[in-house]
Design a protein around this ligand. Structure first.
Ligand SMILES: [Zn+2]
Length: 199
């Protein structure tokens, strides 16, 4: 189900090029939701969001990766969600091309590992040896947890001011975001379609 959006593209500002595709499906344990994708015909920008049918979830979710079952915990990460691993000082903010996705904890660790490897490659070209070494350590720490070595457990934290993200596991802890966090957290480009109180 595609429909034109009467708004300019938030990235290239082209008029009359923005399309919205809505798809209602069921994500196991997350429940029924609508997957909404915005696409720009002009510059190729796209953003995917997951809108839970039963209303917004608490904005903050965390889980400690300290046992094998957690690696397969499902994660719904919406485009407005910041993902952190506090122990490793890693944080991925919503960016202009940051689409929402459904993955599991292991898949998220792979994504973090890829980002760290990319940064390491850039640093290597710049000849920053100590920073490259720090990246290698991070990469090793991520790989260890991913491979089931929980001697130095880390936490996955989701911070989503719009409450469209969730960790689906019995060990996952949910909480409301503080006013300070809400003020600090970016939500990515806002085409004014997903207002915080509209669900
Ligand atoms: Zn565009």
């Amino acid at each position: 189900m595609d429909s034109m959006v009467e708004l300019p593209c938030p990235i290239c500002l082209a008029e009359g090029k923005l399309m919205m595709r809505a798809l209602s499906t069921e994500i196991p344990y997350f429940g029924e939701h609508t997957q909404v994708t915005l696409l720009c015909d002009e510059c190729g920008w796209r953003q995917t969001d997951f809108i839970p049918a039963d209303g917004a979830k608490p904005g903050g979710w965390s889980i400690c990766i300290d046992e094998a079952s957690v690696l397969s915990a499902r994660i719904v990460r919406s485009s407005s969600c910041t993902v952190c691993i506090p122990e490793l000082d890693l944080e991925v903010n919503p960016g202009s091309s940051n689409a929402g996705y459904v993955t599991n904890v292991e898949g998220l660790l792979v994504r973090f590992g890829d980002v760290v490897d990319l940064i390491a490659r850039d640093l290597l070209q710049e000849g920053d040896a100590s920073a490259v070494e720090r990246c290698r350590e991070l990469s090793d720490s991520i790989a260890a947890v991913k491979n089931g070595d929980f001697s130095q457990p880390v936490n996955i934290v989701l911070l989503d001011p719009r409450g469209h993200s969730q960790i689906l596991h019995e060990n996952a802890e949910a909480r409301e975001l503080s006013g300070e966090e809400l003020a600090r957290l970016p939500v990515g480009p806002d085409p004014a379609i997903f207002s915080p109180d509209e669900v």
